[in-house]
Design a protein around this ligand. Structure first.
Ligand code: SF4
Ligand code: SF4
Length: 57
């Protein structure tokens, strides 16, 4: 699995990008994008997101 972003709730704040220990989530434009092949399901971004819009299914 990999983390999933609810794009409509994401504000593009980059907290997740700064938190990910693996460089697996970035904000290339206005919405966070997870590298599905790279995410190690560590949950750091899920806990850090102020909008609570990241989950691991
Ligand atoms: S921390 Fe949450 S709101 Fe901020 S860019 Fe990441 S997914 Fe979007
Ligand atoms: S679950 Fe962990 S490895 Fe995956 S994107 Fe979030 S912080 Fe990065």
């Amino acid at each position: 699995m990999a983390a999933v972003v609810e794009a409509e709730k994401c504000t593009g704040c980059k907290t997740c990008e700064e938190t990910c220990p693996n460089g697996s989530i970035t904000v290339p434009d206005k919405t966070a994008v997870v590298n599905q092949d790279d995410c190690i399901d560590c949950n750091a971004c899920v806990d850090a997101c102020p909008e609570k819009c990241i989950s691991i299914p």
